[in-house]
Design a protein around this ligand. Sequence first.
Ligand code: GRF
Length: 218
Amino acid sequence: MPLRLGILVSGRGSNLQAIIDAIEAKRLAAEIRVVVIDQAEAYALERARTHGIATATLDAKEYPSREDFDRAVIRCLRDHQVELVCLAGFMRILSSHFIQEYRNRILNIHPALLPSFPGLHVQRKALGYGVKFSGCTVHFVDEGMDTGPIVIQGVVPVLDGDTEDSLAARILRLEHQIYPRAIQLIAEGRLQIVGRQVLCKGSEQEAQERDAWGYINP
Ligand code: GRF
């Protein structure tokens, strides 16, 4: 049985697209049951429709509180029997009610090597600090801001002359590899959360197969 996904997005949806592509290429044993969008004009909507995926557009302004909005999202995810929630450029903080409802079943992708540079304007922060490597992180979502247990990280170099855009683009290519991979590890039942650590069965044997131009672990 494919893992039943609900994807939450706010914008262009390139990570959504990477997940769709991985499913269609049979690299990912999952099924997107619904894409939840909080911005009516998001390009992600177009992507979902093109692939015949159910969408739900929910406008936060129509709900009296964050928790009411989250309850509406939860209802939608339940209606579609979602097992794993994937945040893919979803620009809202989830309430603790939501986190409790889907504890250890919410993933997020962040364009930096956490715990460095959480939050927004991440490339600007990385360039400003002068780090020589950056990358991306798929992590489980807890009540903090980008603080949950880390599933996968991918590393890219920061090059002289990089701009926020060039660094973001290099990182984004790696995001598109690691997000479907992280979901597949869950679909295969290979992950175990032990405290802050996410252990991955069989990852030692796979070290040889990893990309030469970036580094992905596990
Ligand atoms: C990505 O950089 C992701 O890491 C961050 O938001 C961006 C979303 O991009 N959380 P897209 O909508 O998937 O293209």
